[in-house]
Structures are given as structure tokens and as C-alpha cells.
Ligand binder design. Structure first.
Ligand SMILES: [Mg+2]
Length: 419
């Protein structure tokens, strides 16, 4: 079965205004790239995310779908470059083709998440093709299942939101911050959900805390019984992560911003974390994720794939991977970010009792709805945040150091005020 074509489907997440004027006005843009129909209503369009889906076509009429994250607008070009190598190749030789593409881009340097994203979507689509050709779900080609449903966790920053998640069946909740962790906020969520729910904290950045502050915060959160403390410091310095590791008695999680086994390797080999968090759209593909899981298993490290900026195709791939590995912890789920999430694919997955079902249809068990994807044309793909959010690099203020914050005016937030 030969590959005959590779196509890309790039879309803006949240680009279609939901206002009445917008629905009447179409999607014409003015010279500034703003939607004359009301896209300027950035309430709808604050987000800068794009989703990129890939379809691979074969001479037997079987197609496969995949998803790429990392920097989707740039990755689209990378995928088109790769297509010249893929067309005419044997679709079933997934690992060989992955390595051929990897080597083909050596001249670009180490690939990072952009190259990783391109490889990921292509590899995912090839697995979809193989599963369809053999009439088997992908998990059954990877050794079979440990489980037929995958536990998921949601996001909340208020007790109300956390209780709402619990009412929907969730049993895990993550509290995320940009900038300093608000320990009182974490404590309030813990109090709201009670002792039996898993609570996690994502320090996320930017701005990132210094290692010293991450340690102070981590120690203050030790009584809150967290499942993990994610990205306490900037990912550029694993030595900083090691300092937190040595000083804080909470399991640590990291790894969403790296791709391939070589990106995740130091986190595992140095035992810097208890949980690795590869992003299913840019980690390098289904096989790369399984290899990461195996490396982690040797160190008694679990895997909880990142899903923060991902679309719904990659979620299916994550379910197949997590079904087949012994050390699957939980899958991140951004459920309520944008309704379009549930319009651009079929079928739509629903959380039941805090779990997603592992798909059983041949291949990945999902396809994109091309007409829906086409309704959200890509416009921008960088997150330049407004100054009022403190992202201004404004000289003489606390936001002068946006990426890497010293404690300056944040001292008060470094300790609990109510406990
Ligand atoms: Mg994160």
C-alpha cells in the first residue's frame, strides 16, 4: 500500500465569533488582519492557538489522520516538505519512515517541538492507516490493552469550578498559574474537593519562579497532599529542577515542551520527575511516546500526557498509547475551552465517571469533519498577551522581568496566609 498524497488542515481555535453581528457578517478581514465581522471582539479571539491536522492518502483508498502541535502554522510547511519524501513510499513501514524523515531534517538542526510536531502528525496518520488496513484499533497493534478506559483530570482555579468538575464525575483537578503560585488558591481547591480527589499544581510560566521561590512554594504546599507539582521552574534549566527535586517532598512532573526520546531522556535518567508529560501532538509520535513510557517505567516514573493546547485528534492517539502502557497515570483534558472542539471531529468523546473510553474502531477511531475545520481559517499563531496582564516588559515595574520573575512584589504569595 503506497502513499499517494499528504494533506494538511490548519485551523484557528476560537476564530469564529459567536456574536450575532459576526454570524451575519461573514469572515472578511480588514487590512490589519482583523475580522470585520467582529473578530475584534477579542473576547472570542483572545486565543492564539491553531490546530493542524494531517491526512495521508494511499493507493488502496485508505486514509489516515493525525495531529501536530508545537507551532502549527510553521509545522504545516514542514509537513508539506516531508510529503515529497513520503509519496510513493510503503505506508506500513512506520518506524522506517519516521527515521527517514528524522534524518532528512538533520540539516535543520535538532528538531525540537516543531520538527517533532511534523513527525508526530505523520506517524499518527500512518498508524491510523495500518489499523484500518488490518481492521484493528491501534492499541491492539501495540500489544493490547491494560485498560479500556483512561482516567482524566480537569482544570480549576476556584472552589466553585472544582466542585463543578467533581459534579461531572472528575476525580482529579489541576490548579494552574502563570507567574507565582497562589498557595491560598490551591488550599481552597483542596478544601473544596476533599481528601479523596487528586489535586495537582502547574506553575506553568511565564513568568517562571526562581528555584528558591519554587522551593518555598513547594514546601508550603506539602501539607496539601498534591499528586504532583508541575514545571516548578523554567524548562531551560534542569539543574534548577534538580534543586527543587532535592528540597521539596512532592512528586514532580514535567516534559510537555520536549519531543522525542532524546528530549525526555535527562528528565528520566536523572530521576528529576515522578511523572513525564509528553504532548501527544509533538512528542514525536505514538511509538516515541511508548518508548518514553518504557524508559520511564524503568525508573518507576509514570506518564500523564500533556493536552493543554491540543485538539481532539491527538486525544484519541493519547488514549491508544495510555491503554497499552503499564505506567499510565492520567490524561489532561481541556474540556470547556471552546465549543468548536466538538464540531471538528467525529465521533466526540464524553467523560463518564471521570474516564474517557478507549476507542475500539479500526485505526485511531476518529476523523476530522473537513467542512467544519475549513470554517475556522488560521490567522495568527503567537501568544502576544495584553499589557494589562503584566506581560509588558515595562521598565521600572514588576513586569520588567516577564519571563523570569524575581520575587519582588510577590513575597506575600510565597506563603499561605490562612494555614
Ligand atoms: Mg503544564
Amino acid at each position: 500500500m503506497k502513499i499517494t498524497a499528504v494533506k494538511t488542515y490548519l485551523m484557528q481555535v476560537g476564530s469564529r465569533p459567536t456574536t450575532t453581528s459576526a454570524s451575519q457578517g461573514g469572515a472578511a478581514q480588514d487590512g490589519a488582519g482583523r475580522d470585520s465581522a467582529g473578530l475584534g471582539a477579542d473576547a472570542d479571539f483572545r486565543g492564539s492557538r491553531n490546530w493542524l491536522f494531517v491526512k495521508i492518502f494511499t493507493d488502496e483508498g485508505i486514509t489516515g489522520v493525525g495531529e501536530c502541535s508545537g507551532w502549527p502554522r510553521v509545522i504545516e510547511t514542514a509537513v508539506k516538505d516531508y510529503a515529497s519524501i513520503l509519496v510513493g513510499e510503503e505506508a506500513g513501514d512506520i518506524d522506517r519512515l519516521w527515521h527517514r524523515l528524522y534524518v532528512a531534517s538533520m540539516g535543520h538542526g535538532i528538531l525540537g517541538t516543531v520538527g517533532g510536531g511534523a513527525l508526530t502528525g505523520i506517524e499518527m496518520a500512518l498508524w491510523d492507516i495500518k489499523g484500518k488496513a488490518l481492521g484493528q484499533p491501534v492499541w491492539n497493534l501495540l500489544g493490547g490493552r491494560f485498560r479500556d478506559r483512561i482516567r482524566v483530570y480537569g482544570h480549576a482555579k476556584t472552589p466553585e469550578r472544582a466542585r463543578d468538575l467533581m459534579a461531572r464525575g472528575y476525580t482529579g483537578v489541576k490548579v494552574g498559574f502563570t507567574g507565582a503560585v497562589d498557595i491560598d488558591c490551591v488550599a481552597a481547591v483542596r478544601e473544596a474537593v476533599g481528601p479523596d480527589v487528586d489535586v495537582m499544581v502547574d506553575a506553568h510560566g511565564p513568568s517562571w519562579m526562581t528555584p528558591q521561590d519554587a522551593i518555598i512554594v513547594g514546601r508550603a504546599m506539602e501539607p496539601l497532599d498534591l499528586l504532583f507539582y508541575e514545571d516548578p521552574v523554567a524548562p531551560e534549566s534542569l539543574d534548577a529542577l534538580a534543586r527543587v527535586r532535592d528540597a521539596v517532598d512532592i512528586p514532580l512532573a514535567a516534559g510537555e515542551r520536549v519531543s522525542t526520546i532524546w528530549g525526555i531522556r535527562p528528565y528520566i535518567e536523572r530521576d528529576l520527575v515522578d511523572v513525564i508529560q509528553p504532548d501527544t501532538g509533538r512528542a514525536g509520535g505514538i511509538t516515541q511516546m511508548r518508548k518514553m513510557a518504557a524508559m520511564a517505567e524503568g525508573h518507576f516514573i509514570t506518564m500523564a500526557p500533556h493536552s493543554g493546547s491540543l485538539g481532539p485528534v491527538a486525544e484519541f492517539a493519547a488514549l491508544h498509547v495510555m491503554a497499552t502502557i503499564p505506567n499510565a497515570l492520567m490524561l489532561e483534558r481541556v474540556e470547556f475551552d471552546w465549543p468548536g472542539r466538538y464540531e471538528v471531529v467525529e465521533p466526540v468523546l464524553k467523560v463518564v465517571d471521570g474516564h474517557l473510553p478507549v476507542p475500539t474502531a479500526p485505526g485511531l477511531g476518529v476523523d476530522i469533519v473537513e467542512e467544519e475545520v475549513a470554517r475556522y481559517p488560521s490567522r495568527r499563531n503567537v501568544a502576544d498577551m495584553p499589557p494589562e496582564d503584566g506581560w509588558a516588559y515595562e521598565t521600572g515595574t514588576v513586569s520588567e522581568n516577564v519571563y523570569f520573575q524575581t520575587r519582588l512584589k510577590r513575597r506575600a504569595k510565597l506563603r499561605r496566609t490562612d494555614g
